[in-house]
Design a protein around this ligand. Structure first.
Ligand SMILES: CC(C)(COP(=O)(O)OP(=O)(O)OC[C@H]1O[C@@H](n2cnc3c(N)ncnc32)[C@H](O)[C@@H]1OP(=O)(O)O)[C@@H](O)C(=O)NCCC(=O)NCCS
Length: 290
């Protein structure tokens, strides 16, 4: 797993560290890494075993003296022929030593190889706009920012949604593609801090796990893949607000997000509704492609 990019990086100290694939037995070490990340809200322990078993590459750096995994990163395949670089983590006591590069580069090289041989047609990475380290690393190897989205949630007092009418909706793939949402996003969809192109395979996955409906006539769906997210397929401010309200009522929780394409007029209208964003109506999620 040797990187072939010339980035003048510090080599791995082989007296202390070893690069290797992550195994199921590394679970506790990864929980130790995650406990200090995003106030303990890191999703990595939840997806850990799935990631070990899934295709791609799940790479770690082991502190060979302590026999402990101290850094990890994952390469995954999305249904839209994208190779996704995700899950980069370094234990808080091991930061600043360049270990992130030691997991990032083998993953990136595998992605480059896949792109060269046609296994994927795009390499992607999603991060928060304030995550300077992540943005720096992605741009340093040549990723460019492709799209941005805002994280939207309800103001906490807003849960009662008796005024919305709900109808079942069983869309076909063709009906989904015709929704105005996809015109704004150039056929991409943002959920779960992840952006990808809408494809038949993704639609099949969504049909299995998501709840499709018309909320006051607005088509959309509520999904729960590692968190609760709703998508209003009519991307007006009112429709997105109604979908958040309906989802909160259905889940009996405010713990539901919607990712909003930053259309200026939509954002201005959202400011008049009882919703909030993470960073003052500025984009949160950055989707980078290579
Ligand atoms: C992001 C993370 C993996 C970085 O780990 P790390 O190994 O300590 O990173 P390093 O300190 O070695 O820095 C990596 C690069 O970022 C640069 N960097 C560090 N701080 C920076 C900042 N504030 N702004 C811009 N670049 C910065 C470093 O200079 C280095 O780049 P270089 O080699 O070109 O000089 C680690 O902080 C972490 O686990 N954070 C929590 C999870 C997370 O945010 N993951 C990434 C998004 S999914």
């Amino acid at each position: 797993m040797k990187p072939n990019l010339k980035l003048n990086l510090k080599p791995l100290d082989l007296n202390k560290y070893k690069q290797r694939l992550i195994k199921h037995e590394d679970y506790q070490d990864v929980c130790q890494i995650s406990k200090d990340i995003w106030d303990g809200g890191d999703y990595l322990p939840k997806v850990f075993h799935e990631w070990v078993d899934s295709p791609g590459l799940f790479v770690g750096i082991e502190d060979t003296i302590k026999k402990q995994i101290v850094a990890v990163g994952k390469y995954s395949y999305l249904p839209d022929k994208t190779g996704l670089i995700e899950g980069l983590r370094v234990h808080s006591e091991y930061r600043g030593e360049g270990l992130s590069w030691q997991v990032d580069l083998p993953i990136f090289n595998k992605a480059l190889e896949d792109k060269k041989n046609g296994t994927v047609d795009r390499i992607a990475n999603c991060t928060h706009i304030l995550n300077k380290v992540s943005l720096h690393m992605s741009k340093k190897v040549g990723f460019r920012e492709y799209q941005k989205y805002l994280c939207l949630e309800l103001n906490s007092e807003e849960i009662d949604c008796k005024q919305v009418s709900i109808e079942n909706w069983e869309p076909t793939y063709e009906e989904i593609l015709m929704q105005p949402y996809f015109k704004n996003t150039n056929n991409h969809i943002a959920q779960n801090f992840l952006v990808q192109r809408m494809t038949k395979d993704l639609f099949k996955e969504l049909k299995k796990r998501a709840h499709f409906a018309l909320v006051d006539g607005y088509p959309g769906f509520l999904d729960n893949n590692h968190g609760n997210y709703c998508v209003s397929l009519v991307p007006t401010a009112v429709a997105q607000y109604k979908w958040l309200k309906y989802s909160a009522q259905k889940l009996n929780s405010h713990n539901v997000l919607s990712f909003v394409y930053p259309d200026k007029s939509v954002i201005n209208e959202l400011k008049t509704l009882p919703v909030r964003t993470w960073v003052d109506f500025e984009p949160d999620l950055v989707y980078l492609v290579f």
